[in-house]
Structures are given as structure tokens and as C-alpha cells.
Ligand binder design. Structure first.
Ligand code: UT7
Length: 329
């Protein structure tokens, strides 16, 4: 028995911030940002929290599947920008949707959050513990970005992707395999130092800007290029797949150069790689479901397609998921 995605949708805030927005007040340029990251613009939500992006995407997702909020029996939210430290954003979403029969919880795995949550969700559905599971990957990165630091301000965006995970009617289809990793020795290179029990929020932590993202870009870049490419190749080899067998690589969108290195390692043409980093930047847990939702909307994913989903992020966390698309267009 396998679990599968039966509906998917996404939400992106309407307000667009092109690279020229940063040129006005930071020592940066459109040329640098495009050449080093592949990003041209991103979206930031003006009012509202992470749950306010999840809820409209969730409503659309349920509507497409012909389900009501009360049909949902479990909600998992992957995010590093939850509405609050507690209660969980899953609880907030449950209440806003009126999903009165659901339980649920949040998962924190940064840019790998959606993949880690997808694998967990699939296990819950396969075991029979959940039937109609609402899986949300969403981040309001603008709430933790230091907009005075050119090395991070230009990289991130806000957005949400939501899908339904249910039992697959065909055991050869759906979420077929996964390889997931964590390595906590990578923690110092990408983190948010303050606000947790290690360093509770105080005037000092705010003055030191420790409530913002800290990233050693080059260290993360080097680990990401190796980690994401290796794990993507490994899942292909483990399942005896060649590049011809794969319809799409769905990579986490942190840097176009990391995506290209991963595709090259897999021997995939760029036509088989989902890329929207140019429009949205890095929406952390949102990138992978937003890609799949967008590509499905324009009829570019077909029943039977093999997709390799891959990510690398803070933790370090990284992994790949092999899935065979089991939805009619
Ligand atoms: O999704 C979570 C995981 N995160 C990632 O995967 C991100 C991985 N890292 C990266 O994508 C890249 O390291 C960055 C895009 C963050 C930076 O690119 P880079 O090619 O590694 O640049 P760098 O950090 O080596 O910086 C090169 C230069 C530096 O100036 P100097 O020291 O050579 O004078 C930076 O200060 O570029 C400078 N720089 C900028 N210049 C213009 C950094 N940010 C900017 C900027 N505009 N926005």
C-alpha cells in the first residue's frame, strides 16, 4: 500500500518585490543577485502570518478534491516561521478552517520541512492512522530576514503550498521511496540564534539582531551542492532509474547554481527541472509544493510521471523523495 498526493494548491502574496527594490537602499545590484542566485523577484505578505497563506491554499486544495474541512483527520505544517512558538500552526489552521475532526502538529526541518513532513504523512496514511491528511509547507521568511543585510535580504520570499495525502488506489503509484538525513554539526552555519530556550528573546538579543537568520552562505552552499546532488543520484540508483525514467526533478529553490549542479549530477536536461526561484526566491518549506502546484496548473505533470523531490537546508537537513504521480489532470 502506498500513499499519494490527491490534490495540491498554493498561495503566493500579491505584492512583488523585484531586485530593484533592494538596489534603492542596499549595496547590491540586479546583476549580482541574478548571477549568484537566479532570483529576479520575490513576494512578501504585507499583513498576516504563515497560517494566513496556508488557509487560502488549503481551501482551494479541498475544493479541488471535493472535500470539506470536517473530512480532514490530520494536519501537518512544515515551517520555520510558525505563527507562534506555541500553539502549533497546525492548531491555528485547524481552527481557521473549521477542521473539527482533525488532529495535527508542526514539523521543523527548515528547507527540508516539506519532504520530511511528506514522508511522515505518507506513513500515517499507509498505516491507516490518517485518511485525508492535509500537508502544508509554508513560510513567511520576511518575518525573520534581516533586511539590512544584503547577503540574506535578497534571497528569501513568502509563500505556501498545501496538498492532500490519501491512500493510493494503485500500489505502484504515489510516494514510493525516500532517503532523508540530518547532521546537526551543520547547525552553526544557518540558524536563528535567539528566541528559543537556548537564548530567550531579550533587549540584548534584539539589539544584536539574533532574532534574524544567520547564514554562512559559502559553507551552506558547499554542503548543499554535494548533499542535494548526492542524495538525488542515490535515490535514482537505489530504484534502478536512469534520467530517461524521470519526468521532473522538483528541487528546493535556494540557489539556481545548486539546482543546476543537482540536475547535472543526475544527468537531467534542464527542461526536466522545475524552476521558479526567479519569481519567488526561497520560500523555505513552500518551494517544493508551490512548484508542483504551479506545474500541475499548466498541465505539465501527467499521471504516471516519476518525480524526484530534493532538498537541502538548515540543520543540516537534506533528502530526496521518489514519487509517481497518481492524479488525473
Ligand atoms: O535554503 C537554505 C539553504 N541555503 C542555501 O542553500 C544558500 C546557500 N548559499 C548561497 O546560495 C550563496 O552562498 C549565496 C547566494 C548566499 C552567496 O553567494 P556566493 O557566491 O557564495 O557569494 P559570497 O557569500 O562568497 O560573497 C561574495 C561577495 C562578497 O563580497 P567580497 O567579500 O567578495 O567583497 C559578499 O559580501 O558578494 C558579496 N555579496 C553581495 N554583493 C552584492 C553578498 N551578498 C551580496 C548582494 N549583492 N546581495
Amino acid at each position: 500500500m502506498t500513499a499519494t498526493i490527491t490534490s495540491i494548491s498554493h498561495y503566493l502574496p500579491p505584492d512583488i518585490y523585484p531586485n530593484s527594490y533592494f538596489e534603492k537602499y542596499l549595496d547590491t545590484s540586479d546583476e549580482w543577485i541574478v548571477a549568484r542566485t537566479g532570483i529576479s523577484e520575490r513576494r512578501f505578505i504585507k499583513d498576516g502570518a504563515t497560517s494566513d497563506m496556508i488557509v487560502p491554499a488549503a481551501k482551494k486544495c479541498l475544493e479541488k478534491r471535493g472535500l470539506k474541512p470536517k473530512d480532514i483527520d490530520c494536519i501537518i505544517v512544515a515551517s520555520v516561521t510558525p505563527d507562534h512558538m506555541f500553539p502549533s500552526t497546525a492548531c491555528v489552521v485547524q481552527n481557521k478552517l473549521g477542521a473539527e475532526n482533525a488532529w495535527g502538529y508542526d514539523i521543523s526541518a527548515a528547507c527540508s520541512g516539506f519532504l520530511f513532513a511528506l514522508v511522515t504523512a505518507a506513513k500515517l496514511v499507509e498505516s491507516g492512522a490518517a485518511k485525508h491528511l492535509l500537508l502544508c509547507g509554508a513560510d513567511k521568511m520576511s518575518s525573520i530576514v534581516n533586511f539590512e543585510d544584503r547577503a540574506q535580504a535578497v534571497l528569501f520570499g513568502d509563500g505556501a503550498g498545501v496538498c492532500l495525502i490519501e491512500k493510493s488506489d494503485d500500489p505502484e503509484m504515489g510516494i514510493l521511496d525516500s532517503i532523508l538525513h540530518i547532521d546537526g554539526s551543520g547547525g552553526p552555519y544557518l540558524n536563528q540564534v535567539a528566541g528559543g530556550s537556548y537564548r530567550p528573546a531579550s533587549i540584548e538579543t534584539v539589539n544584536n539582531k539574533e532574532h534574524y537568520i544567520y547564514q554562512d552562505g559559502q559553507a551552506v552552499f558547499k554542503a548543499a551542492v554535494v548533499g542535494m546532488a548526492d542524495v538525488s543520484l542515490e535515490i535514482m540508483q537505489k530504484n534502478n532509474l536512469t534520467a530517461d525514467d524521470i519526468a521532473w526533478l522538483v528541487p528546493h529553490q535556494a540557489n539556481l547554481r545548486i539546482i543546476t549542479a543537482t540536475a547535472n549530477r543526475m544527468g537531467l536536461d534542464k527542461e526536466k527541472v522545475m524552476i521558479n526561484i526567479n519569481k519567488y526566491g526561497n520560500t523555505t518549506a513552500g518551494t517544493i509544493p508551490i512548484c508542483m502546484s504551479e506545474w500541475l496548473n499548466v498541465g505539465k505533470i501527467h499521471k504516471g510521471d516519476r518525480l524526484v523531490l530534493s532538498s537541502f537546508g538548515a540543520g543540516f537537513t537534506w533528502g530526496s523523495v521518489l514519487l509517481r504521480w497518481n492524479m488525473n489532470e
